[in-house]
Write a protein that binds this ligand. Sequence first.
Ligand SMILES: Nc1ncnc2c1ncn2[C@@H]1O[C@H](COP(=O)(O)OP(=O)(O)O)[C@@H](O)[C@H]1O
Ligand SMILES: N[C@@H](CCOP(=O)(O)O)C(=O)O
Length: 319
Amino acid sequence: MAVFTPLTESQVEAFLSRFDAGSLVSLEGVPAGTENSTFFVTTDRRELVLTLFEQGEHEELPFFVDLLDYLDEHRLPVPGPLHDRDGVALHSLADKPALLFPRLPGKHPRDPNLAQCRALGETLGRLHKVSQHFPGHRPNPRDLHWLMPMHHKVLAYLAPEDQALMKDEVEIYQGAFGDGPELPQGALHGDLFRDNTLFEGDRLGGIIDFYNGCTGDLLFDLAIVVNDWASDEDGRLDVERHDALLAAYQSRRPLTAAERDAWPMMLRLTALRYWLSRLLVVYVDPPAHDLTPHDPERFRTILKARLAHGALPLPEASR
Ligand SMILES: Nc1ncnc2c1ncn2[C@@H]1O[C@H](COP(=O)(O)OP(=O)(O)O)[C@@H](O)[C@H]1O
Ligand SMILES: N[C@@H](CCOP(=O)(O)O)C(=O)O
């Protein structure tokens, strides 16, 4: 479930009256989601999503609003938050920070086809092209600076061979990324899994859940996408989906030589990032609510596959 704070219709009616968005017709709690309370709100004018922020750093919400406003202004398919008649987006409802969004069309793809991979790759390339000029700043909360201290917290729960794998990898990343050339920087989604996209057939209706959004290496975002969208059951890269994503991405933002060099290591680092964050949820910091944690093993499998088989050759940009 993902309604941790129930709302009454009269609370939502009063909230809606600040906005130029019509009057309430129906209110429905959304069962998906893991962190926030989400509601589908239908008014006599439009379909909306209301999010109450249950956890996380509330002082960082203005960054997410600014990022979504910026991407929406640049015509990316993101839910640009609604601003009230005074121009304010972020409000409080039931003592929780609250935002109202347009409801974007579509469903999460389980097994993305090549056209969907191309659509996502092209849109992410476009997003990264404009996000290099985004003026906001929020350091990546899950980069190497996070891996270094945090991996120690899970080592005790791992088999000896996994402890060695994790320790060795983090050390190798320090060598590879510590003194390397700076990679192109910009704003990232930070968690662009299939279930943070909505598709209508092959058309990308929207990218949602920007709450891991941050600024840092653009390549980090691309590697998260390729690991989630283009890995087979055994963790190996699927050549067709990999090439579709990367050729479409590069049609909008070709990778630099430094990024091409860093690519195999970035695939490993982002695989380990999720292995670790999921282990932390299972062993160290379980969710307060009754939620089934994501499986850490999936990203151990992906990491081992990257180590065994390396990265695939990077395709050139598609026309
Ligand atoms: N703007 C939106 N348009 C359409 N559906 C949305 C939108 N925002 C959220 N949703 C739906 O609500 C679910 C939960 O939202 P999400 O932001 O992923 O929650 P959480 O942060 O709790 O994981 C999504 O899986 C999606 O189905
Ligand atoms: N989508 C992630 C969960 C979000 O990552 P976190 O580091 O903010 O917990 C997953 O699939 O594990």
